[in-house]
Design a protein around this ligand. Sequence first.
Ligand SMILES: [Zn+2]
Length: 248
Amino acid sequence: MEIIDSHLHIGNISDTGIVTANEVRSHLTAMGVANGLVMPIAMRGGNDDWETHKALYKEALALDFDVALYVNTNMLESSKDLSHYLTFPFKALKTHPDAVDFSDEQIERVCSVAETNGLPLMIHTGADDCCHCERFRPFIKNHPYLVFVLCHARPSNEAFPMMREFHNIWIDTAFLPFRELAANISEDIENRILFGTDFPANRWFPHLGKENEWYQRQIDGIQDKFPEKTAEKILSRNFKKLYKTTAI
Ligand SMILES: [Zn+2]
């Protein structure tokens, strides 16, 4: 099976410098992962540098990665339909409302741009008011033909009931505890779950231990604990279905 990681980062992970697409590719190769979707890591408060991002996207595409356009509010101010930035063959848009404050109007605009361009919209979700899954209910309801990928599925007691209610919701498994996934998975939603790790964001959390061992646990948690058919969907098939990737 070709394992595909739907949630990977490039860029400024720390003060120590930039994680390049080349480094991410080497990591995946070492882990036996066929491919992935990469995006720049969100900077707290914004001020991401588009020139840096452009160089990262170019390198990632040259290495056959799929790429998502990381959208912050500055970009929406300078190019309302994001046409200035939609210059690469992006597979999705990504926003991080916990790193940058998004008004409802700005989220609505990102939804419209994603829908107009036929791209799924990845949203970071978390426990806070700015980014818990239910915050996005009105947008999900108003855009039934737009795919929302609720990254991390947080909190899971909102994410899973919403997935059953709205068929345009997908989730990824990045930092989603396996016991929560196992407790909530069912046939009606297993076609909309993507394997994702958030690598190399694990470097922010030293308690996760050695990088390769942590990463392997993310694969094993799905491969060993779910029926083969389900594991294959999450680790590979669902990604191909959603992004119709040509990279593999
Ligand atoms: Zn992430």
